[in-house]
Design a protein. Sequence first.
Lengths: 229, 240
Amino acid sequence: MEQNSTCSLELDNIDELIQKNMGFIIKTVSGVTNRYVSLENDETLSVALLAFAEAAKRYESDRGNFFAFAKLVMESRLKTYLSKESKNNSESLEDMLSKEGDLYAKNVGLIWEDKHDKSNYNILQDEIETLNRELLNYGITFEELSESSPKHIDTRKNCVELAGKISKDDYMIEVIERKKKLPIKETSLRYNVTEKFLKRNKSFILTVVIIYHNNLGALSRWIKQAVIR
Amino acid sequence: MNRYGLRKAVVMDIKKNYAIALDNNGEFLKIKKKAGIEKGQTIFVLEEDILGNKKKEHTFFQKYGLFSRKELYVAAVLIIVFVVVYVDISKSTTANADSCLYIEGDYGVELELNDKDEITNVKIRKFDKDGDIKPDKKDKEPAEKPEEKKDLKPLEEKEKPAEPNENNTDNADTEIKEEAVKPEEPVEPENSSKWIGKNIDEVIGDIVQDINKNGDKDISYSATGKKKDNLEKKVKKSIH
């Protein structure tokens, strides 16, 4: 396909349009595939992005509501792609199509925020296994974390900061590993935080300490970028 | 990205009916379990994919109710209850007048007063030629109050020295329901309801005057209730 100047002019507006409507696009894909859109299998997202861009270019107001139209185009392309994919047909054509979509995704900068995203999958899987094992020693489960973790981002930020300090503190690490829990009084005195704060967030804090202490790189990066906003 | 209700999240654990993911805000979320989900995947999560746990769930009251906390509803209900009880008590205490004043001249005036000495009710008792009390046409309250009847009884013994016929005083109570329209009608005020709501001090003078148009009657009076003596003094003062 051509990559001429007229295309690139329109690209700017379409990038913005895509960014604004990412939720809509992803929802459409999810609706067709009945799965979560993931970075690991983002070909469907590429196809959808391309379809969306196409719809934006081709749209004229007499075609009714834009979103209804765009949805139709995306769904049509996706269905075509999926059926072809399952038949293992014309792979190169599909590859090309998904690469077109990749262009948009890159421009948007949304998916490729973290360049390591795609290769992260296996690494993350290992790290999560390790974390799960370690957490069990401390009586912490992911389920518990989903219920007890601080809901407010500022609180989480403070927890992550504290966990960072603790993980570099050999003395604290030794106590934690020995007692298999976070020593509230000692931590409160040593780092000048309230016992109340520690009691409420001890699971989350400990989890981050364990992530850091066990050098779980991908998870560490994830946590850090989560709170540096 | 979050502005559009979208988050990135890493799948941490998969349970029977849901999954747990760590999102790009550092929050551990419970999310819907969809086909093909695996631990370690980095996925896009829409708001509708997030499962409400006990804390996040919106109850009917949280969605449509006025208050944010259960305790406020309880407090509101209690306040309403107290107000209703208070009003109810006030009403019932004022319904029975704090005091009653009966003054007699050309005709009998029965006044019910509240604790502020304001007239809450007026009843006129007219006498017929024989000095019997006529049925009360101007009764504001349909029900006769037994206490008042009892009050009348002892009064009648000291009443109406100027009246010619002093018979049948004992039968006054029982004859209240009799109809007896006699030619000589004692004078009565046009509109005794104008006294209602007024303080006794304001109108006692008018009442006494009205009751004794010719100025020649001996006014008799009697009061009941807490302020009995006070009221009787007032009437006495007015007469002189």
